[in-house]
Design a protein around this ligand. Structure first.
Ligand SMILES: NC(=O)c1ccc[n+]([C@@H]2O[C@H](COP(=O)([O-])OP(=O)(O)OC[C@H]3O[C@@H](n4cnc5c(N)ncnc54)[C@H](O)[C@@H]3O)[C@@H](O)[C@H]2O)c1
Length: 259
């Protein structure tokens, strides 16, 4: 088998949360381009349906949309059940759904704290356990968690304590699950991006105010990443190309963490 064959995802199913737009969509497209079917899970069902339709048309794979609010265990359980009614295996779980609320720590309302932790960290846990059980039955799988450089460094100048804490949690959850499930042939890794130009930060980048200027000053490449620049890494982690990699957190940030 040649090296390029190791990147093939033909016949595999990738379940991607928050896949309707942004990084989740870009990574789904990259995996579909390498042959994977895509279950597009999102809280925005209408957008998810549009995305799934476009993915199947463009890449000739099977892609379907499913509603999920990853902050709610019952919703995750329901979505996983629906996916497993259509496919009898799950090869890749990409835990991507996430939000960020910028506030100074002393002003964070309790409800906002819980919302960020529920989506960014608890959601990763709910989905990993539910799909992990299926992967344990199959004795194979690759789980990829979207963390962030914010799980290592504190972004500046904006306040985002809940986001930073949630992403640090995702990083250590990744390592813990990697250790626990290595015996079931399940690999668990994480992608930790720097600033990426998605709807999450686009308005701030475009306004080019003090926040965006500071962000770019601190980024050696002097630009935000494009969503499609995460695609090849997602394919690598999803596929047999990364067969010896587990418990790794891969930073992809235009050099931000170098300085
Ligand atoms: N954009 C960045 O600069 C950046 C940097 C580092 C990490 N990340 C992480 O990458 C991931 C994707 O971010 P993005 O920039 O594409 O954001 P985005 O806002 O463009 O997309 C997020 C997607 O998640 C969905 N979503 C939100 N809440 C959900 C919920 N409760 N249940 C299910 N789906 C939900 C949204 O509908 C949307 O489709 C997040 O985990 C984010 O923290 C982003």
């Amino acid at each position: 088998m040649g090296v390029m064959d190791l990147f093939s995802l033909k016949g595999r199913l990738s379940v991607v949360t928050g896949a309707a737009r942004g990084l989740g969509r870009a990574m789904s497209e990259a995996m579909a381009d390498c042959g994977a079917d895509i279950a597009v899970l999102d809280i925005n069902l209408e957008m998810a349906q549009k995305t799934a339709g476009e993915i199947s048309e463009k890449y000739g794979v099977k892609s379907e949309a499913f509603y999920v609010d990853v902050a709610k265990y019952e919703s995750c359980r329901q979505a996983c059940e629906e996916v497993l009614e259509k496919w009898d295996h799950v090869d890749v779980l990409l835990n991507n759904a996430g939000i960020c609320i910028n506030q100074d720590a002393q002003d964070v309302p309790l409800s906002d704290w819980h919302r960020v932790i529920d989506i960014n960290m608890n959601g990763v846990w709910y989905m990993s356990q539910l799909i992990g059980r299926q992967m344990i039955r199959q004795k194979s799988g690759s789980i990829i968690n979207l963390s962030s450089m914010s799980g290592f460094v504190v972004n500046t100048p904006q306040g985002q304590v809940s986001y930073n804490a949630s992403k640090a949690g995702v990083i250590h959850m990744t390592r813990s699950l990697a250790a626990e499930w290595v015996g079931y042939n399940i690999r668990v890794n994480s992608i930790a991006p720097g600033y990426m130009d998605t709807d999450l930060v686009h308005k701030t980048l475009e306004a080019d105010g003090p926040w965006a200027r500071r962000w770019m000053e601190l980024t050696p490449m002097k630009r935000a990443g494009r969503p499609e620049e995460l695609g090849p890494l997602a394919v690598y982690l999803a596929s047999d190309a990364s067969s010896y990699m587990t418990g790794s957190i891969i930073v992809i940030d235009g050099g931000y963490m170098v300085w």
